[in-house]
Structure formats: structure tokens, C-alpha cells
Ligand binder design. Structure first.
Ligand code: FES
Length: 131
């Protein structure tokens, strides 16, 4: 139904209004091992994800973005889902998994949920490359 495309689930609204692990202020306030930055070619928004890693597991994470409500909710959810996961496990949490967790974003906003996953993948790549 057309009108349902305008409806955010309660969990999307909760993560948008109360974003988890959002990096407020200067990045020096968070001790991280790697950072990944990506841009969304569809809308031009950007996402940056910072990871703290120990024994091949993500022990903490922060992120910030210029993205929209859907990007904020998606990355907030992702940041909760990846904590405690191994790097390989975290890479498997893709935009589809985030969308499922959130009870589905409106279809035309699905592209926003890709940003967090891609920024995380970039951070993990940099961590593994030692850069
Ligand atoms: S419109 Fe750009 S991230 Fe959603």
C-alpha cells in the first residue's frame, strides 16, 4: 500500500530518536583501532564508523553521519548488533539483516541502511591492513 511507504516502525523511530553509540563531538573522545568512511552515491550523504577491536572481536563502536533518519536508525541498530561479534561475524550483518531487525524501512529508504554496513566493512578492512 502506498501510504505504508511513509510509515516507520516503532523500532526505527526508537533508534532514530535515541541513537546508540553515536559519536558526539570530537573523535579524539573515543579510543578506536580503525575508522571507515563511505559516501552514499544515491544521496551524497556520508557515514563514518569507528571500531575498537580485541582478540578479533569488536568490543566497542562509534559512528557519525550526515545521513537521514533511516541512516541514523540503521547504523544505531548495526552498532548494537556488532558489539561482541568477531570481525567475520560483523561483516555478515548486512543491510538486509539490519532492515529485518528494524522491521523494514520504507523501500525507497533501503539504500540508507547500506551506509553503516559499508563503513563498518571499510573500518574492518583498514584494521586488517593495519592502516
Ligand atoms: S537519504 Fe542519504 S542516507 Fe538516507
Amino acid at each position: 500500500m502506498e501510504n505504508q511507504d511513509w510509515v516507520y516502525s516503532n523500532i526505527v523511530k526508537d533508534h532514530f530518536l535515541n541513537p546508540r553509540n553515536f559519536l558526539f563531538g570530537d573523535e579524539k573522545q573515543f579510543e578506536f583501532d580503525a575508522v571507515g568512511t563511505v559516501g552514499n552515491p544515491i544521496c551524497g550523504d556520508q557515514m563514518r564508523m569507528y571500531i575498537k577491536v580485541s582478540d578479533d572481536r569488536i568490543v566497542d563502536v562509534r559512528w557519525k553521519t550526515y545521513g537521514c533518519a533511516s541512516a541514523i536508525a540503521s547504523t544505531s541498530a548495526l552498532s548494537e548488533l556488532v558489539k561482541g561479534k568477531t570481525l567475520d561475524e560483523a561483516l555478515k550483518i548486512d543491510a538486509k539483516a539490519i532492515d529485518d531487525y528494524l522491521g523494514n524501512l520504507p523501500k525507497h529508504k533501503f539504500h540508507c541502511s547500506v551506509l553503516g554496513h559499508e563503513a563498518l566493512a571499510e573500518a574492518i578492512k583498514k584494521y586488517r591492513d593495519g592502516s
